[in-house]
Design a protein. Structure first.
Length: 476
């Protein structure tokens, strides 16, 4: 079967969906890989390198897409306009890309109308088995690292403490807001550069991670904060009184630091505003703010997407596509994520696609199939009848607050709405009925009674088996 790796056409995109290493693996599976001419140039992957790995170089997009059964991309295909990519794709083509589904209603409608089976890599479930496919973690890790370097580039002072004959240079103070994958990497990078680092997050569990990297954890640690996380690892909604106390502490901290790095994102919603105009005004002249959420609205009230602006003597960095600023490594990691995902759907015996619609990862990433938007998390998805038990599970899932970005979810923690599914192994027919929810607890055999010695104390009843959660391993 033919796989197409086209050149990315969206603005600011320097990455490519395959590397010479993954092309070699795809060819070893028995696939014919076509890479569009110049697709990897921005990521330092030459056409010669791809050709040596076994790929055929397509002279243009039309040649690359022609008769392709699967298309691997970084950004979702462009629908409409002079760069329309859908007109070159056949009905039934499998497309794997970062789709940003919550903000792409019109484009998803176009994919469904074109009959594409589209998989969103940013919807890969955060479970243990899918860690090797988790593009949000692989790309956020690089973004956290690069955010510190971007901040240092506009910061007019040194990071580490230096003792010289002319005097002592005090270390820079860096404050990281959000201790997910990007935040933790930013902490580690700033520490390596010699800065004094502090960080904050809404989850109590993040305190240990922050401190393990040598940073100070900043939060109002009262009784409410200690109970601010559900059993599944999700953040609870805090009271207005706590929010006011936390905001005051954050404002006090920001006024004392030299650099603030914000990383907070909420799937399906605009980025929360963490740094107000008043907070910016309170910072010292020459301070820097790096906003990693600028493409989703920004964590800083004054940040501008794609630009470095100065407000009240403070430089605010708002670069777009920060992982793409490290195109070679970002492409290599993304290509491995995509290859690992593609392997789930490929039959090595028939050397063709064989999609298992009962696979949790496959179901969790599919957004369009057979002319419909099928993912239940999308508001514009086609409505399907559900059973009463599934409706209850769905309602409970919606009631859980969004988990902070970068926080890992184990298989036992994940609650997903079931995609309609028949037992089939082909791509030609999507399941028509929802699969019943799987039971997560195995039946526990009753403990055998053992003879007990006479005693004056009353024997206690044995406790039933408790549900344990598999350790995830994290991304840091």
């Amino acid at each position: 079967m033919k796989i197409a790796i086209p050149k990315e056409r969206r603005p600011n995109e320097t990455r490519v969906a395959a590397s010479p290493e993954t092309v070699k693996k795809l060819v070893a599976l028995g696939c014919d890989v076509f890479v569009e001419k110049g697709a990897g140039v921005a990521a330092s992957f030459t056409d010669t390198a791809f050709r040596d790995a076994g790929a055929t170089i397509g002279k243009d997009a039309a040649t690359t897409y022609k008769d392709a059964k699967a298309v691997l991309k970084v950004q979702k295909p462009i629908a409409g306009g002079k760069d329309d990519e859908l007109k070159a794709l056949s009905k039934g083509t499998v497309v794997v890309a970062i789709a940003d589904p919550y903000r792409s209603e019109k484009e998803l409608d176009a994919y469904a109308k074109a009959g594409l089976t589209a998989f969103a890599m940013d919807f890969v479930p955060r479970i243990t088995r899918a860690q090797s496919m988790d593009v949000l973690s692989s790309q956020s890790n690089l973004a956290g690292y690069k955010s510190v370097l971007d901040g240092a580039a506009v910061f007019n002072r040194a990071f580490p403490m230096m003792m010289t004959a002319a005097g002592t240079v005090a270390p820079a103070k860096v404050f990281v807001m959000g201790a997910g994958v990007a935040g933790l990497q930013a902490i580690a990078t700033a520490r390596r550069l010699g800065a004094v680092v502090s960080a904050t997050d809404v989850r109590p569990a993040s305190k240990e991670q922050v401190e393990s990297l040598g940073a100070k954890f900043v939060a109002v640690e009262d009784d409410e904060f200690k109970q601010a996380e559900t059993a599944g690892g999700y953040a609870k909604e805090m009271s207005d009184a706590y929010k006011a106390k936390q905001a005051a502490l954050i404002a006090e901290t920001i006024a004392k630091v030299d650099m603030v790095i914000t990383t907070a994102l909420i799937p399906g919603r605009p980025a929360p505003v963490l740094v107000t105009a008043e907070m910016v005004k309170s910072m010292k002249p020459g301070s820097v703010i790096v906003d990693l959420a600028v493409e989703n609205g920004g964590n800083c009230e004054l940040s501008v997407a794609g630009k470095v602006v100065e407000k009240d003597g403070v430089s605010i960095v708002g670069y777009n596509n920060v992982p793409g600023r490290l195109a070679t490594d970002a492409s290599s990691l993304y290509a491995k994520n995509v290859f690992n995902f593609f392997e789930l759907m490929f039959d090595k015996e028939t050397k063709d696609l064989k999609i298992d619609w009962n696979d949790e990862i496959v179901k969790g990433t599919c957004v369009t199939h057979e002319g419909s938007i099928v993912h239940p998390a999308l508001a514009h998805a086609e409505k399907k009848p559900v059973s009463k038990s599934e409706s209850k599970v769905s309602a409970e899932s919606e009631a859980v607050p969004a988990k902070p970005p970068g926080a890992q979810t184990t298989e036992a923690q994940t609650v997903t709405a079931k995609t309609p599914a028949k037992k089939t192994a082909t791509t030609k027919r999507a399941p028509a009925k929802r699969a019943p929810a799987k039971k997560t607890l195995a039946k526990t055999a009753a403990p055998k009674k053992t003879p007990m010695k006479k005693t004056t104390t009353k024997p206690t009843a044995s406790k039933p088996g408790t549900k344990t959660e598999p350790k995830d391993g994290g991304n840091v």
